[in-house]
Each structure stands twice: as C-alpha cells, then as structure tokens.
Design a protein around this ligand. Structure first.
Ligand SMILES: [Fe+2]
Ligand SMILES: [Fe+2]
Length: 466
C-alpha cells in the first residue's frame, strides 16, 4: 500500500486493506452480479488482509479490486481499454453498438495464442469497429484465486464493470479535442484537469507528456495512468486518450515497460520499418487531422545523465520520415485542419531561449532544452509542406500562445503545468494548470485555453479558417 493509498484509506475512500480504488467505484463496478456483490462484501471484511507474497500464484482469498476502464490509443476502427486490478486475473471486454448489448461481442486480452493475465493491469484491444460509431462496453474481470500450475489453477467469481461508451474516430467524427500536459502525478491539479475534461467531453484527449516523474515500478505507473487518487479518475472510461511521452516519461528503472499500462498505437498502423514508433499517431477527427510525435528527452543523447541509455536523435530522424508518409495519406492530406501534438516546444519563446543549452543541442551540466532545435530542424519543413496550422506542446509549465509569424506559419500553444500559483521562487500568478481545447466551429479552427486553477478562460481565438 502506497503512502497515497494510506491517506485515501484514512479518509474512507478505499476498501480497507486494498489499495488503489475507492469503495464507491468498487461497489459501482460490481453492482451487476450477486456474486460480485459477495466479493465486495469480502472487501469490507478484509480489514486485516495481508499482501500475497507471490501475486502470480493467485489472489489467495484476498478480494479482487477492479479499476475503472481507461480508453487508450483510439483509432477509426480500433480502441484500446486498460484497467487496474489488485491481483492475478483475466480480462475481457463485452461490447456492442447499442446500450442493450444486443449482438454483443467479447474480446480477450492480447492477440493470438495465449491470453495474457496480470496482477496489476489488464489490456484489451477492440478491432474491426466502424468509424465514427458509438459503442457501449463493460469489462469482465475474473480472478485466479490459485495458480500454482495450470492443472489445479482456480478461477473466482467474475466482476463486471458498469456500462460505459465511446465513439470511434474518423472523418465523420466530432472535430473536438482537449490537450493536457505535465500532470506529473500532482493529484490536486490533476483533479482540476480531470473535472474540466468531464465537463467539456471532447471526442478525444491528448495527454501530451510528463504524466510521470521518475518511475521505478509498475505500481507507480498503474496509479498514474489507470487509477489516480482523484474523484474524477473515471473521465477516460468514456473519453478516449491519446498519449505522447514527455522527457520525464523516459525516466526511471521501470519506465521502458510503460506499454504494459498505457497501450501504444495498434501495430497495424505502422510499416515494418516503423516498428518502434509505437506512440506516433495520425488520425482523422472530423475535419481535424490529429498528429502526435515524440520529442524525447530534453538533453543531448551523449549527456552523462543518460548513462548511455539515450538514443533519441535516430528516433527523431525516423519520425521525420514517418511524418512525410502521413501527409501522403489521402485521409490526412484532405483534412481541413492539421494539428501536431508534441511535448517539447518546437520554437523558442524568446530570443534569449534561442541559444544553447536552451535549444537542447549542447551538453551542459545544469541546462536542459526549453525547446528542441533538432526536432524543429527535422520536422518543421515537413510541417510547412503538409500545411499544419497549429502545434500544441507542453514542457514549460507555463501557458503561452504564439500566432503564426514569418518563418513559422503555424500557431503554437504551450499548456501550463501542475503548479498552483507558485513556483520554486514563491508566488507566481502565471503558473496554473490548463486544459487546451480545440474544435472546428463556424467554419474555423478555434482554440480555447482553460485555466483550471482560477476557473477562467485565458485564451479564446480563431487559429485558422480553411
Ligand atoms: Fe514537465
Ligand atoms: Fe517536460
């Protein structure tokens, strides 16, 4: 049980002795079956539950706790769904194009062959969906109470989630997105962000990096991506989330396995030579083409802090080739408005920032990139040729907006960070978390930036009119 779990248990959010899910959500998620209710009752009885020493041997009588589903890596015909579990279990998703579940289908975790099971997070990918179509779904999670070997393994009672829904993307989808960034596992500000996302209810959210800080184990990643200790943690049960990494999302001894918690893009979206560009996306969302790229770490690959682990320059070059190919796709080329999302800005905010080490090109013991010259040099000519009108970034922990200017024909917006009116030097009214909202309305691409700390709109403007 983490420190946060202990404090949540203390304030009564958690079933005692189990970590990561509120009693309210737990009971709601188990409301459909009598057997599941029995499991919930067990949770109440588990006041003195002790941790299973080897969780892969089964739940061993401990109640299974199932998190709210999180929609990830949305596509036109595919949708990923991940959720947290407290013990060894099998996950399936039941889905249909109607709320009565007439003609419902069931999808298992994984692809062919063996179905993956896990003790912390389950992941199911729905395929063969129709574009711009609403689907209803629920998760079905079954614990292995005992799994010493396959011949005498035992399954417990299935826990069925509440019913949620999503709409696939595509040229006929609603042209409306939100971007969040630099949430950094700061729960107070993340709660404000999540509440605003529920209120706006866009077609999709782009989580544009620095979701994490330094991730040393899977439990931390599960908490951040699937089961954060905030009241509105279930926003992503009904709003699909794209993810792009920030520099912090490459830090920590466990973080190279983050796809076990946050699904990458469907492999069929990539050519063989693009096999490791797992997070790049280019998807139509109505008149919008949403394009996501990964700016990587914020210091050069040769920096001693990386201990030889950084290989981002080739990654950025490979993404440039990928980007060229995306604009050759008729569906992307035909989109009226093209928006690029990446974590680190592609342009300096001021002349003072335009020089090393702030452009990320030199090895400096204390400096880091405020913006990425390498990404700009590689990607900007392609963005200009492809007709991108807006670049949406984070990283600076301070909202800013820059209209197009000579040499940069796109507008650039930078989202705020998790700081609530303060920074390391004291009070700073320019430090507030944001939700960046983009939509096509009245024949134009419009941008609205919500300051979710002061509950005000700090920008509302027309970006482009095609
Ligand atoms: Fe950050
Ligand atoms: Fe960052």
């Amino acid at each position: 049980m983490t420190q946060i779990d202990r404090s949540r248990e203390a304030r009564g959010d958690l079933a005692p002795g189990v970590s990561g899910q509120s009693r309210r959500e737990f009971l709601k998620g188990t409301a459909l079956t009598g057997a599941a209710m029995a499991v919930a009752a067990n949770a109440d009885a588990a006041t003195n539950a002790i941790a299973v020493t080897d969780p892969f041997k089964g739940t061993q009588g401990l109640p299974l706790k199932v998190g709210s589903p999180c929609l990830q890596a949305p596509g036109e015909t595919t949708m990923g769904i991940s959720w947290a579990v407290s013990g060894l279990s099998r996950g399936e998703v039941e889905y249909a194009d109607n709320p009565e579940f007439t003609g419902a289908r069931r999808a298992k975790a994984g692809g062919y062959g063996l179905v993956p099971i896990d003790v912390a997070a389950l992941q199911v990918r729905l395929e063969g969906l129709r574009p711009a179509t609403r689907y209803w779904y629920r998760t079905v999670t079954t614990p292995f109470t005992d799994y010493r070997n396959i011949y005498d393994a035992k399954l417990g009672e299935a826990i069925v989630s509440g019913i949620h829904s999503f709409t696939t993307l595509g040229a006929a989808a609603r042209p409306h997105f939100c971007m969040i960034n630099d949430t950094h596992a700061q729960w107070k500000s993340y709660e404000m962000v999540a509440r605003k996302l529920k209120e706006i209810a866009p077609a999709a959210v782009v989580w544009n990096g620095d979701a994490t800080n330094t991730t040393q184990d899977k439990r931390t990643a599960v908490e951040i991506f699937l089961d954060p200790p905030i009241d509105d943690r279930d926003y992503s049960a009904d709003i699909p989330v794209f993810f792009e990494s920030g520099n912090h999302d490459f830090r920590g001894s466990w973080i190279s396995k983050k796809e076990e918690v946050m699904l990458p893009r469907h492999p069929a979206e990539r050519k063989g030579s693009e096999w490791d560009l797992k997070w790049n996306f280019a998807v139509r969302c109505g008149d919008l083409a949403l394009i996501g790229m990964d700016t990587g770490e914020d210091k050069p690959d040769g920096h001693p802090k990386w201990f030889g682990l950084a290989n981002f320059s080739p990654y950025r070059r490979a993404q440039a080739q990928w980007l060229e190919r995306q604009f050759e796709r008729p569906d992307i080329a035909k989109a009226k408005y093209k928006v690029l999302f990446c974590h680190i800005p592609l342009w300096p905010r001021t002349a003072a920032e335009s020089v090393p080490p702030w452009d990320g090109t030199t090895i400096d013991p204390t400096g880091y990139a405020y913006w990425s010259r390498e990404c700009r040099d590689l990607w900007a000519p392609i963005l200009v040729k492809g007709g991108v009108q807006l670049v949406v970034t984070g990283h600076k922990h301070q909202f800013d907006y820059f209209p197009p200017e000579p040499g940069r024909p796109w507008a650039m917006v930078i989202g705020g960070g998790p700081e609530l009116g303060r920074d390391s030097k004291g009070e700073n009214p320019r430090r507030f978390p944001t939700v960046v909202e983009g939509r096509v309305a009245d024949g134009a691409l419009r941008l609205t930036v919500h300051d979710v700390f002061h509950r005000r709109v700090v920008l509302d403007c027309e970006v482009a009119r095609a």
